[in-house]
Design a protein around this ligand. Structure first.
Ligand SMILES: [Zn+2]
Length: 149
């Protein structure tokens, strides 16, 4: 699937109104438009942290993602929801989640927008793209104000 379609699918699979949900987008670099979203349970499900932190269940990551990576697919991005907040990384996202992944997407259900953040080897995170939800799916923007506003 195309990335934009996979992003849309991820928003449909992750829609809990209180607890954060998420997963990993993988793709095969040798096949065009081979993106795929794999939902992973939030390790914090049912706990006080779940509304403010998505942490991938380590066992599910090992079972569902690692075998695909071993076969040559790439771990493209993490994706998680902010059911009640803007699509801005929390301090916990910046310190705990983002260092593990170079590209991270946050979907805010309150604004129907997805922001994309890139983290370099020195763990500096910068905004790259926002996808705005419309009745026809998501539309790409490059304007950070669309995330903050
Ligand atoms: Zn977050």
């Amino acid at each position: 699937m195309k990335l934009i379609e996979v992003i849309h699918e991820a928003t449909q699979q992750c829609h809990d109104e209180i607890e954060e949900e998420g997963g990993i987008i993988i793709h095969n670099p040798s096949v065009e438009d081979s993106y795929e979203f794999i939902k992973l349970t939030n390790q914090n499900t049912g706990k006080a942290l779940a509304p403010v932190l998505w942490t991938a269940d380590q066992q599910e990551y090992a079972d569902k993602i690692l075998p695909r990576v071993m076969k040559g697919e790439r771990h493209f991005a993490s994706f998680h929801t902010h059911p009640r907040f803007l699509a801005i990384p929390s301090t916990i996202d910046l310190s705990q989640l983002f260092p593990g992944f170079s590209i991270n997407m946050i979907y805010s259900q309150t604004t129907n927008r997805i922001s994309v953040w890139e983290t370099d080897k020195e763990f500096h995170t910068t905004f790259s793209t926002v996808y705005e939800g419309t009745s026809d799916g998501f539309v790409e923007h490059k304007d950070i104000n669309a995330v903050v506003a």
